[in-house]
Design a protein around this ligand. Sequence first.
Ligand code: SAM
Length: 205
Amino acid sequence: MRRFVIIGQRASASPDFSLEDVAGTGGRIDVLLRCLRAALLVSHGVRRDTLVYLVLLGGVRAPKAIRIDGRDAEYLRPDERSLALLMKKVLTTAGDEPAFVVGRHGISVANGGLDTVLEDLGAMTPYVLEPAGNDVRGVALDTRDPVFFVGDHLGFDARSRARLQSIGAAPIGIGPMSIHAEDAVAIASNEVDRQASAREANIRR
Ligand SMILES: C[S@@+](CC[C@H](N)C(=O)[O-])C[C@H]1O[C@@H](n2cnc3c(N)ncnc32)[C@H](O)[C@@H]1O
């Protein structure tokens, strides 16, 4: 499975943000929602080979982690407002269990942050998306079980960065410019697509 973990330093872990001003009242949870769309939704469909974790570190109910599994995802719409409404519903019904509790349509919630996600990920090849990282075009990616960690509009907080270093996450850059997180997700995923199809073509030859 291809996996993306988006860490929202201030993203609201409680449902009390306004749909009329998701960015202003949700601790920039809008950034995470756009990453979710970029990772999981393609034209007229869902990437069934992809799983997304949103780590919500903002607000009184933090931390919470939401896992969206492309294998079971249904009724996901690409517009930000619909995704924000979905998150509101998920956060409203979330309990306080420390491990992921599977809910409807492939969406699970856990009362925990990055460490809870790391426990859930199990075996993986971890990459951290960083503008100063090694150019993705010069890296032979693991196209089967890659996990990409992505920062929000503020990048990574020092604690998360240190934790990712401790698991040996390789810094990967997808270009010389610091771009929006959702664009970084789309490009990284596209790079996995390209490398995977190039490898398949080589095997068939
Ligand atoms: C808007 S950027 C963060 C900008 C923030 N001001 C900083 O200095 O880290 C959001 C996230 O997108 C990813 N990102 C943006 N540009 C990238 C690039 N050129 N290569 C790799 N990842 C990138 C990183 O994960 C980054 O934390």
